[in-house]
Design a protein around this ligand. Structure first.
Ligand code: NAI
Length: 348
């Protein structure tokens, strides 16, 4: 039955990124009410009590799902929990947004897609927020309009500023490794610009430049991958945890009639500093500084899509990555991880 009124959302996970999503949903997304929040950590629930406009607070995800007032859940939990939490949300009749990656395991991704097919009236989106970044979207629309002819090559990188405290080492057991954690975004960009073309083969290598602690998890802090797609398309990826200057996420799409470069200067603002040594700009320190607008726009788009479904209409705005897109991103990310570990190409 059609339902009007705001989309009532419950967020699970109030860590590094969850707090940002919660603040967007509570204060910056028209048509959304952040009605509940869930975290097993006392301090995170205290943060929610102090910062958010009176959400109901839960320490247990099952209790959040049992909240009958919620229309949708918003998952910003560890990647290893995403698949089972999406399945539980769909079974509880909730629309679901989940941070990337869908799962670290391809069979788990397939299971989620199978369950989602039973609930076609529920929105299920994975947070590949670059699809909502104004510059990436502008480039996508230009490519779709034929500005660069036929795109056949994507060169894309996700590189984070080095954290001398080794946050990434502590994160390694649940992150899935650099290809599934970072390159998964670049993979989604390549697939998006290639119109969902199927990947056929993956090559990869990597090195540990600084964080020796990653070795025991079979991970690297700098990785390079090459992926072949059907139709003679190619993608070249680079991911790093050790950049000195900041988060430097950039992509280039090369076509038969031109190329598009997205974000090549990772400047924090439009200020240039003129000094004795030369002219410089400061860099975006973190992924959130670079993609703040993208995170907001993806939240707005998800809420519009859910509102449309609740009103009995098909969503008509810009769509985020589907579960099927996210499954392919995991499949390719896993292949890169395997190629890096074995030194051999992986046929997909
Ligand atoms: P985090 O470790 O800082 O936060 C995880 C949160 O989940 C914590 O609040 C923790 O208390 C909570 N949690 C753990 N188990 C839970 C459970 N059973 N039920 C409810 N909450 C539970 O991690 P971070 O960095 O915030 O990452 C979270 C997710 O966001 C990851 O999947 C990561 O891949 C993704 N992410 C995406 C980014 C992007 O660029 N789109 C950037 C950073 C993270």
């Amino acid at each position: 039955m059609a339902k009007r009124g705001p989309v009532r959302i419950g967020i699970a996970g109030l860590g590094r990124l969850g707090k940002r999503h919660a603040t967007n949903l509570a204060y910056r997304v028209p048509g959304a009410v952040l009605a509940a929040a869930c975290s097993p950590v006392d301090e995170e629930r205290e943060w929610a009590r102090d910062t958010l406009p009176e959400p109901r607070l839960y320490s247990d995800y099952e209790a959040l799902l049992a909240d009958r007032e919620l229309d949708a859940v918003w998952l910003v939990t560890p990647s290893s929990l995403h698949a089972e939490q999406i399945v539980a949300a769909l079974r509880a009749g909730k629309h679901v947004f989940c941070e990337k990656p869908l799962s670290l395991d391809v069979a788990e991704c397939e299971r989620v897609l199978g369950v989602a097919r039973e609930y076609p009236h529920l929105e299920a989106t994975i947070g590949f927020m670059r699809r909502f970044d104004p510059s990436y979207r502008d480039a996508y629309e230009k490519a779709a309009a034929g500005t660069i002819g036929r795109p056949f090559m994507v060169r894309s990188q996700t590189t984070d500023q080095n954290d001398p405290d080794g946050f990434f080492v502590r994160f390694a057991p649940t992150s899935g490794g650099i290809f599934l954690d970072c390159t998964v975004h670049d993979i989604d960009v390549a697939r998006w610009f290639f119109g969902g073309a199927r990947a056929t083969r993956a090559f990869a290598t990597g090195t540990i430049a600084l964080h020796e602690g990653l070795r025991e998890f079979g991970d690297v802090d700098n990785g390079v991958g090459v992926v072949e797609f059907e139709g003679g398309r190619l993608a070249v990826f680079y991911a790093s945890r050790t950049m000195a200057h900041g988060n430097d996420t950039q992509s280039e799409v090369i076509g038969t009639g031109g190329a598009l470069a997205i974000g090549h200067n990772p400047r924090k603002s439009r200020v240039e500093i003129y000094e004795a040594g030369g002219v410089r700009s400061e860099s975006t320190p973190t992924f959130f500084d670079r993609f703040e607008d993208a995170f907001l726009h993806e939240a707005q788009a998800f809420v519009q899509a859910v509102a449309a479904r609740m009103a009995g209409r098909a969503p008509d705005g810009a769509a985020g990555a589907t579960l099927a897109d996210a499954l392919e991103a995991t499949r390719i990310g896993k292949a890169l991880r395997e190629a890096c570990a074995s030194g051999l190409p992986v046929v997909l």
